[in-house]
Design a protein around this ligand. Sequence first.
Ligand SMILES: *Cc1c(COP(=O)(O)O)cnc(C)c1O
Length: 422
Amino acid sequence: MTTPATLSYAIELDRQDTLAHFRERFVIDDPDLIYMDGNSLGRLPRATEQLATELVRQQWGARLIRGWGESWFSAPERIGAKIAQLIGAEPDEVIMTDSTSVALFKLIVAALRAQQGRNRILSDDMNFPSDLYIIQGIIELLDKGHRLEVVPSPDGIHGPAAEIRAHLDEQTALLTLSHAAFKSGYVYAMKEMTEAAHAVGALVLWDLSHAVGAMPIQVREANVDLAVGCTYKYLNGGPGSPAFLYIRRDLQERLNNPITGWMGQRNLFDFSLDYQPAEGIRHFITSSPPIISLSLVEPGVDLLLEAGMEKLRAKSLQQSAYLLELWRQELEPLGFSLKSPLDEKYRGSHISLGHPEALRIDQALIHEFNVIPDFRAPDNIRLGLTPLYTSFRDIYHTVMRLKQIVVEKVYENYSLEAPIIT
Ligand SMILES: *Cc1c(COP(=O)(O)O)cnc(C)c1O
């Protein structure tokens, strides 16, 4: 049976959607704007808007320094414990720290130091470039002869899982991958890859940035060593909100934070002049947390916990199946290719469509058709499905507008030059 490419069918799907009411929990100024970029920057939850005022006016303005004892000092652990529920970790295995890249830096240095005598670091070419830059910088900094091996994807869509397994050996110190790839949305089988790395004695670090809040994750069950994740994408934490890091409990005392600062010091208010790491995961904090942006992460996480990751995943899969059906019927004949895995088992919650004119189509969508996707070079139009607020109508209109732009050659009015931010 084919999916009817009609607005009335999309409206019917929205009517049956038991999560549809979560959309009202977000600030939506322009009801006609179709936002398909929640995987780059999530929308603003209404509760976050309220909290922002309260934070600045009451907590900072009125409570002043007392705020530290009242809720700020424990915020990295409190919010970390909530994120732990989203990724299947124990509450004391996750803490909020710095940006994702800095959190990666800390964990990778710590992991390499714990793996003396092994000099290989394995990753793939689907990983987020910043992750690879951080590794390159660390290799230069440590100057211990580490080598980064970037295993290429066979097709730019699927991760090179088999090739990575073949590359793992007794020299491998660390395997680090994005759980969901930022371009294609490919998702690695976390447990199998982690087991394969452990079999040769390597540690594993997963970057969960494009997976957390998009699908259920079970780091404990997969026996993952280390992980980091971004909070401004599917967690709706706000622009530049701090990231979280996960360290399996038995590794927490074994690994040392390379950026030792007073907030990670044991009994910090003794102001001892010699560094002594705080117990548990807390010693991975370096300095005073960015309390305003850190605190604003919490309401977004609460929304995901309230909706439930299993239900959100079910809706995400239903929405991606719907989008793929419409792509097949309406867009494939116009030269749009699928740049994401077809098998939902290996797909996160965004779908990339390729087109030779992707950049200009993307510009037309944004400037004339009130749809915000994003563009990833060379020819990907990336559509983020964020089931807390994406509607089936959004998907229907996005596909129909993509079709119109190509059929009527609207993209020809746009420049071939990419803007600075895509
Ligand atoms: C978004 C994203 C980041 C973000 O890094 P920041 O240092 O927080 O800017 C890192 N890694 C991956 C895989 C991402 O998708």
